[in-house]
Write a protein that binds this ligand. Structure first.
Ligand code: ZN
Length: 193
């Protein structure tokens, strides 16, 4: 899938998890950082691609990407597996732990959770593409939904733009509508004071 679809899928997954539980009391800085972390998580597994947005947009992305190529074994490999998810989680946990003293008002557990939801949403979305995802590395099998390859989505082709993106947008609208009143009350009482 393209980076735009992954961004949208990450926020949709975050919204889905958020509506399934009572809205916690969060500071504005936690909400903003969680949204940012969720979007970074949503495209993080594609750091194994030379054209990855993280590589192009972050100053150290290029160097990090090259190093990652050496360690990850190429595109749709380590970063697109459950082992990769755990490694991303560990890295994010360490980074947030180091940054916590600088941002005492941020709930880093929520930020980490939002990041991990983004990472997982990426793998789920890529599972619908022709290439599939090697979820269970080191078992070298790429899984895909549906199992027959020709019915899966080709990255950047019409099905992604005309089916996947509208469906994700529809999900977002439905999720927001399902908790609209609470969301408005939350913004008024918790975020804008
Ligand atoms: Zn990917």
């Amino acid at each position: 899938m393209t980076a735009r679809t992954h961004d949208l899928a990450a926020i949709t997954a975050l919204a889905l998890v958020a509506v399934m539980q009572p809205i916690p009391v969060l500071t504005l800085s936690t909400v903003l950082l969680a949204l940012l972390a969720n979007q970074i998580g949503g495209i993080a597994p594609d750091i194994d691609q030379p054209t990855a947005p993280l590589r192009r947009n972050l100053p150290i992305g290029h160097i990090f990407g090259k190093l990652f190529d050496l360690l990850s074994g190429g595109h749709r490999f380590l970063s697109h597996s459950l082992i990769g998810v755990v490694l991303f989680g560990l890295l994010a946990h360490l980074l947030l732990g180091a940054l916590q003293p600088l941002m005492p008002h941020v709930d880093t557990q929520i930020v980490l959770l939002a990041f991990m939801i983004g990472v997982l949403s990426h793998l789920v979305m890529d599972t619908f593409t022709k290439e599939g995802v090697p979820w269970l590395l080191p078992i070298p099998v790429k899984f895909g939904i549906p199992p027959i390859k020709k019915f899966r989505v080709t990255t950047g082709h019409w099905a992604e733009h005309l089916l996947v993106i509208p469906l994700l947008l529809l999900c977002d609208v439905a999720l927001i509508a399902s908790r609209y009143d609470q969301l408005l009350a939350y913004i008024h009482h918790q975020l804008i004071r």
